[in-house]
Design a protein around this ligand. Structure first.
Ligand SMILES: Cc1cc2nc3c(=O)[nH]c(=O)nc-3n(C[C@H](O)[C@H](O)[C@H](O)COP(=O)(O)OP(=O)(O)OC[C@H]3O[C@@H](n4cnc5c(N)ncnc54)[C@H](O)[C@@H]3O)c2cc1C
Length: 396
């Protein structure tokens, strides 16, 4: 390779943007051409999306213009949608053009996994992007307006959230906070509003500390959430959801948060995948492709017990740091780093002023956990945009 190596990064989510920023810092001029491709000209803070979805925050607060984060003298930004990856030609096909690469970083994030449940794809909404949460927010407000025109149609005021994992729990917490405000705005009796959180697993927040799960459910029940735990959604229809128990919940609003899979483009490109995600090697490369790094929700990293770590922003950021190091090391002929996940803990918001979490080995709940969540968010803003971004977008 006598010319300057070309690095192409697909996706400017947690994995992609942190890789780009690290390369920007670590590479010398003329060591590599780095191109970042993303379908929007902004990076969105996915871990905030449950708030604009419920309408407790503005969508704009969950996004940052990419050109405000990167140095355009060092990173080329291409706003386009990736439509195909061709590993054997070392090319990526975009909606507008083709990019060739020597090294590729795939950070395209995940897609909702519907587990083949009929109707979910067609009738349920998802919390995945700025545009998807705008739709949910507008839809919820429209249901209140609709009810005022047809007060007999109480299904307009019934909201079903499929999945009581982190996203589902965080969203019902926000939605329960938004309901009193909407009731005031539309002159609606709060007693008529129903929020159901349906989960097929035997517990909410599967895998999380049982004492904290109980605390979370108590907080959310007091805010008006009805849980249906250990109950699968069998079908989603234009009229509502059918549950495995035979019960039907009539609703115009189903938000599905029950699962994530990798991006379908990876299967189409011929990579071996598990639910669309690539089990990467210890250096975060796709097996058999020493020049292709896969990070974030598109990748699978196994824990010491041989089970996949859950896809999170936290692991995506740590992968991005190692991925950037390994790209620089490959170019310079240095030794690659092995990826080892260091869990810094997990905190889930339960709406205004309430959260639960594990930080190190310590359990936190209530206001202290909510404060912790804020600090985690501020830390991320600092990582990608320094103090100016913390001041501009941070919530104090
Ligand atoms: C509501 C919610 C709350 C969450 N809370 C937490 C939390 O508290 N803590 C935590 O650690 N994790 C949390 N997560 C999970 C976390 O957000 C994801 O694991 C993380 O975003 C994955 O990062 P990523 O870089 O793989 O993908 P993403 O952040 O999803 O980014 C993917 C990027 O690729 C772009 N893209 C996708 N397809 C294309 C294409 N074809 N062409 C061009 N660009 C494309 C997208 O626009 C996006 O910018 C939460 C997720 C949600 C939905």
């Amino acid at each position: 390779m006598s010319r300057i190596p070309r690095i192409v990064i697909l996706g400017a989510g947690y994995g992609g943007i942190v890789t780009a920023l690290r390369l920007q810092k670590q590479l010398n001029y003329n060591e590599a051409d780095v191109t970042l491709v993303n379908k929007h000209d902004y990076h969105y803070i996915t871990t905030h999306l449950h708030m604009p979805a419920a309408g407790t925050d503005k969508p704009d607060n969950a996004r940052v213009n990419i050109l405000k984060l990167i140095d355009e003298f060092k990173i080329d930004f291409v706003k386009s949608t990736v439509v195909q990856i061709r590993p054997h030609d070392k090319k990526v096909i975009l909606e507008e053009g083709v990019l060739s690469y020597d090294y590729l970083v795939v950070g395209l994030g995940g897609e909702p996994e519907t587990f083949g449940i009929p109707g979910l794809k067609e009738y349920a909404m998802n919390i995945r992007s700025i545009n998807s949460v705008r739709l949910i927010r507008e839809h919820i407000e429209y249901q209140f307006a609709k009810f005022k025109r047809e007060p007999s149609r109480t299904e307009a005021l019934t909201f079903v959230v499929g999945g009581a994992g982190f996203t589902g729990i965080e969203f019902v917490g926000e939605l329960a906070d938004r309901v009193p405000e909407l009731c005031r705005e539309f002159d609606v009796d709060p007693e008529l509003v129903k929020i159901y959180n349906v989960e097929a697993a035997p517990t909410a927040l599967p895998g999380f500390d049982p004492e904290l799960v109980e605390y979370a459910m108590d907080v959310l029940k007091k805010k008006g959430v009805t849980f249906k735990i250990g109950v699968a959604i069998k079908e989603c229809t234009p009229e509502g959801v059918l549950l495995a128990t035979g019960e039907e919940i009539r609703t115009n609003t189903v938000v599905w948060t029950g699962g994530i899979r990798g991006n379908r483009m990876l299967e189409e490109a011929g990579f071996e995948t598990m639910r669309g995600r690539i089990k990467v090697d210890e250096h975060l490369r796709a097996p058999g492709h020493d020049n292709i790094y896969v990070i974030g929700d598109c990748s699978i990293v196994m824990n010491p017990e041989g089970r996949p770590y859950p896809p999170t922003a936290q692991i995506s950021i740590q992968q991005a740091e190692v991925c950037a190091h390994n790209l620089v090391a490959s170019i310079r002929g240095d030794q690659l780093k092995t990826f080892e996940y260091q869990s810094k803990g997990t905190v889930a918001s339960l709406g205004r002023g309430e959260a639960i979490g594990i930080v190190g080995t310590k359990k936190v709940k209530g206001g202290a956990a909510a404060l912790m969540k804020k600090l985690i968010d501020l830390r991320y803003l600092y990582i990608i945009g320094g103090l100016p971004l913390v001041i501009r977008k941070g919530k104090f």
